[in-house]
Design a protein around this ligand. Sequence first.
Ligand code: HAM
Length: 419
Amino acid sequence: MSIQKPKGTQDLLPGEIEKWQYLESKARELCRKFNYREIRTPIFEHTELFQRGVGETTDIVEKEMYTFLDKGDRSLSLRPEGTAGVVRSYVENKLYGEPDVSKLYYVGPMFRYEQPQSGRYRQFHQFGIEAIGSVDPSLDAEVIALGYTFYKEIGLKDVTVEINSVGNPAVRAAYREHIQQFFAPVKDQLCKDCQSRYDRNPMRILDCKIDQKFCEGAPTIVEHLDEECRTHFALVQEYLTALDIPFRLNPRLVRGLDYYTHTAFEYKAAGIGAIDTIGGGGRYNGLVGQIGGNDEPGVGLGLGLERILLVLQAQGVEIPAAKPLDVYLIGLGEAAEKRIVGLLHELRLEGLTAEKDYQSRKMKAQMKSADRYNASYVAILGDNELEKGEISLKALATGEQETLPLADVARTLAARLHG
Ligand code: HAM
């Protein structure tokens, strides 16, 4: 039996990959304007990084990590998300205040052992940004605005931004008790996971699909914010309004990672069945310290690229497709066939996309290839033409034919097609 790809993974094939390249180039372009610079961190890290960073009691760390011992008996994990690795690298490489806030972005694969479904994979890709080094609420708004602008620029419609404040550690500790009190009477009726969350991470109960019926009327954290948190949250909203970013307050928004403080947000869009979250992020003022650095605040986001493509498809948004071939070269006769090897190279060096046949097929089959490549021109060189120093050219769209001097054909076509 042939070997197949692991469950929950995808092959990104030619034809599809152009869409990925398009999203990535849009992400890079946008980051340049917002002054974020690319960072590439390892795909695997010490398991402890995610335990400390993402949180021991989160689903991600408890159930979803690909963790293994390497030959040196070290526990390593494939990264389930990007923030912890970026923060580790920030601390390790002392990227403090370079030159002000460190503004970093990444695009790459993440790994979570989840039950695959449409929009949920075991290997998926995120475009993420992290801004480390400032508590300024305008930075929270900038991060939210960058994500929103990204969706907009690639043509995604009807994206909703939901925001909440999850407070600071003191507020959360007090809120935790309120939540426990609220769920205490129904504790035994909660699902198994939530019964254990009750003691270890009770806020996560609010996020449980199964136990939504028990969540009605639960106290929200925004009701319990202190002065510092309230002011920060109000300013974030003020800036979002100033930036013309529409948002909705969602006091029930709790994110699946433990590092968040203050602002938490998600982007929602319909089109992938039961899943509607296409991106999310928030502020993490304690994370740099937890990972062993100076106590520096941060804020960031992660957008799932698979989900974006699914929603684009559901909305019928066309993404610029693969560029067609400029020239398909056909050589007829022994000498001409040899000559087109060099000519093909010349065309390519002139910046044209050019191809020839490598199977010694008949002229008719080669014309078919040219069609399938959607070539703008077919250039045919016969031994006769070679002797005369000419080549004949056919524009496939119009059928128009012409003869050009062989010595100039590369330059002429480059000027014609690419100015
Ligand atoms: P997250 O909400 O866990 O946040 O993931 C961000 C996005 O990644 C999700 O909204 C979704 O689009 C995509 N995603 C997550 N899991 C899957 C999956 N199994 N299959 C397909 N797509 C998925 C984070 O990862 C944080 N690091 C974001 C962040 C950055 N917060 C601050 N900075």
